[in-house]
Design a protein. Sequence first.
Length: 319
Amino acid sequence: MKISAYRRLVSLMCIMVASLSQPAMSLADSIAHTITFSPDGRTLAAGCEDKTIKLWDLATRKQIRSLKGHEDWVLYLAYSPDGKTLASGSDDFTARLWDTESGECLHCLRGHTFSVLSVAFSPDGKRVASSSCDKTIRFWDVFTGAQIRVIPAHSNSVYCVAYSKDGKTLASVSRDSSAKLWDADTGKLRRVLIGHPGSAVFALAFSPDGRTLASGSENRVIKLWDTKTGSQIGHMVGHKDWVNSIAFSPDGTTLASGSDDNTVRLWDVATRKQVHAFIVRDSILSVSFSPDGKQLATSGKDGIIQIWDTNTAKMSFEL
């Protein structure tokens, strides 16, 4: 099942306040819903439908560790800035913090009442924010695992959260068609960004300088926002189906997007024009740039993780 289909079911679950049953394990359980590079670029982490987090050494292309503890699909991953801790969100209603060296689960973060759809580290590595189908955002102390604050953030599922580079702002997007900007310290709402009317907003990403927020939704359009004024400053059109994942390159000049239309697209942020389009075998669930921007990792419904050379726009290898 692809992440967009999963999101449809999650939305129904939230509306009906019912549990989502998972299919029996099969070959599709290798599907990675989320992938992310470690800060040093040496490791790729993948959160999978088989309830595990797989760590891959990119130099050898070998799996070096499998983190086990979640009781359902792993939906989102985020590395701490120093790479020593990995946060995960799961369909089992929990988030977890892992020691990336030992593979030990440091804390199980309990509090959400439905699936944890997204996690994000603050730039100083001291806090983790999580979002959920329960319509809330929760903040956690990384060292103690204690919940610091809970925000009733949206009127429907909160699909994704992200910190700005300076750590002062947290952004969120939701099934309720909105994006919101929050004061990361106080939890107070700063701005509501309305630009995807009637469409669930699945993905968001801050530009490296924090001045721009990108959002992608089921209306197939990627919107760009000025984070200071809250005004829409551009959009990118080209996808033929839902936009599931977006990411800025480290230098902020390129935006990558993955969609249900079986493509990964690279966009010039300045011109809003498409630079490259990679046609793949199935829906794209997650995209992630390497820290040096030379590689782009993608994961799809077919269970394949692909590593692309961003300069040549050609696939380097598969995991």
